[in-house]
Design a protein around this ligand. Sequence first.
Ligand code: NDP
Length: 282
Amino acid sequence: MQLIDGKLKAAEILEQVKAGVEGQVKADGARPGLTVVLVGEDPASQVYVRNKEKRAEEAGFNGQLIRLPSTTSESDLLAVIDKLNTDKSVHGILVQLPLPEQINEQAVIGAIAPEKDVDGFHEVNGGRLLNGDSRAMVPCTPLGCLHLIETVIPDLKGMHAVIIGRSNIVGKPLSMLLLQKSCTVTITHSKTRDLPNVCAGADILIAAVGVPELVKADWVKPGAVVIDVGINRVARDGKQVLVGDVDFDAVRDIASAITPVPGGVGPMTIACLLSNTLAASR
Ligand code: NDP
């Protein structure tokens, strides 16, 4: 079994991004900028935002963090986005989700200029991805999954990929990326009948569910590549630990390659965010 090292691949991408940023600075005389907007004090969001900011600065971007109180109204947030949309020094805008309940997330995502939507959540980018339009900003987690899969299967033509999960941020965009690579794609979800059996037909099995260790050994075809997107906090031996959606210890000896949690898909998400930001600045 090969462990698919997301930290290593992410570091490679970040090196390329860093070189690309310096190239942009030489060409334009200005540093590409990423602005992250955080509304409220959600502890998990604060950690994510700090990581993104840190990595962005390491890669040479002009990082900016706008913190707004949890009582911010939708119209005030939209006004901030409007300003960022027209600010030429800002190439990428990321609004950290979830937003407080008085704010409609779709309205906010839809207000970001599509070419600055480095998360790839705007419906224009969703449509472009569906159409195979190269201008699409592709959501970072599925893009990271694709890069990891390609480290072990460079030619995906004809492979049967089964995705568990149909969210707009992971399952659906990943299905489009794999389809573009000529995989045969099956998307499954909570209403799928006989899920273990469907999964057992996969050459590539991707779990993006949010259910700790859902995928068991008999769900996996011997030799399959397994990508675990899940990040679940569970209590174990009196401690909080992170586990994925795959029962790693049971599956590792059946799969030919598998991503660990943590250290698999997670680091790729930020790396792809920064490669999207570089692309946006170009
Ligand atoms: P969502 O909750 O939006 O979607 C979960 C999907 O899983 C839904 O399609 C749901 O089906 C399906 N599902 C839920 N329970 C089952 C089940 N028992 N059997 C089959 N399908 C099921 O989650 P996300 O896509 O946002 O995230 C998925 C996981 O990935 C989470 O653990 C999240 O923390 C993690 N994540 C990790 C990231 C990273 O950087 N590594 C980034 C983003 C997410 P239905 O549609 O029918 O309800």
